[in-house]
Design a protein around this ligand. Structure first.
Ligand code: CO8
Length: 259
């Protein structure tokens, strides 16, 4: 499918989605949400894709939802326009393969909320993250009030959301909002390196581990542990489990097939 506001490239099993509205700092309008949702469905279905990177390139991730598009909206219009963003964000979060957000420059509001749908966030040293919606008289409506406290705890999430302050990459690392900070200019190389590592593992095991963590976060501990045990048992029906353990015994690298 041809996209106009994002670029999708696939190379050696790693897909890269690049937000592509540089003239407005990659602000997310309804077309971006629709195209992100389409791309997530396309990459989910593509068995050759083993890991996904979402980025805005080396200058800016995204300065939030498109304020100009939202400015004169009515409550009724917003309630229907939120659906494409929810569909896109949920599809990305639930992709059965690892998703890495590679963040340079601003990741604000809906842009930062998009990074929360990824499994791992890598920030360039020049990244600035924040949830400035409160300064516009709204709140983070792209999942920020739900995913942020689950990631960094309610206290820090409230501080960020109530203040609307931007925080630099190092502070984001300190509070657990990002996994890693790398020099600007090495961001995409680092993201590809990590994606390559994930892609080299057994795809079914990675998929199930992601499912255990994401689904488990919605369950009480007892149910989560039962779910984990079912997934763990099921992996013994895969060729990858036989190959992984056989390779260990034979002191060689495993050749995983993803089945
Ligand atoms: N929406 C629309 N246009 C934007 C946005 C945005 N979020 N951010 C920047 N732009 C545009 C500017 O209007 C400007 O365009 P123009 O040249 O035509 O005036 C261009 O991008 C460059 O921006 P600046 O000149 O402002 O660049 P600066 O380097 O001076 O400042 C900032 C950069 C600090 C990032 C500044 O642009 C800014 O504060 N942007 C807005 C940040 C913000 O408030 N984001 C939150 C938006 S609300 C939101 O995300 C709600 C999410 C809910 C999701 C549910 C959706 C349905």
């Amino acid at each position: 499918m041809a996209y106009e506001t994002i670029l999708v490239e696939i190379e050696e099993g790693i897909a890269t989605i690049t937000l592509n509205r540089p003239e407005v700092l990659n602000a997310l309008n309804s077309q971006v949400f629709n195209e992100l949702g389409e791309a997530a469905a396309q990459l989910t279905a593509d068995q050759s894709v083993r890991a996904v990177i979402i980025t805005g390139g080396e200058k800016v991730f995204a300065a939030g939802a498109d304020i100009k598009q939202m400015a004169s909206a009515t409550a009724v219009e917003v309630s229907s326009s939120v659906r494409p963003s929810m569909i896109a964000f949920n599809r990305i979060e639930n992709m059965p393969k690892p998703v890495i957000a590679a963040i340079a420059g601003y990741a604000l509001g809906g842009g930062c909320e998009l990074t929360l749908t990824a499994d791992v966030r890598i920030a360039a040293e020049n990244a600035q993250l924040g949830f400035p919606e409160i300064k516009l008289g709204i709140l983070p409506g792209g999942g920020g009030t739900q995913r942020l406290p689950r990631l960094i705890g309610p206290g820090k999430a409230k501080e960020l959301i109530f203040s609307g302050d931007f925080i630099p990459a190092e502070e984001a690392l300190r509070i657990g909002l990002v996994n890693k900070v790398v020099p600007a200019g090495q961001l995409l190389a680092e993201a590809r390196k990590m994606a390559g590592k994930f892609a080299a593992r057994g795809a079914v095991a990675v998929q199930m581990a992601k499912s255990c963590i994401n689904e488990g976060l919605q369950m009480d501990l007892d149910r989560g542990l039962q779910y984990e045990h079912k997934c763990f048992s099921l992996l013994f029906a895969t060729e990858d489990q036989k190959e992984g353990m056989q390779a260990f015994v034979e002191k060689r690298k495993p050749n995983f097939k993803g089945k």
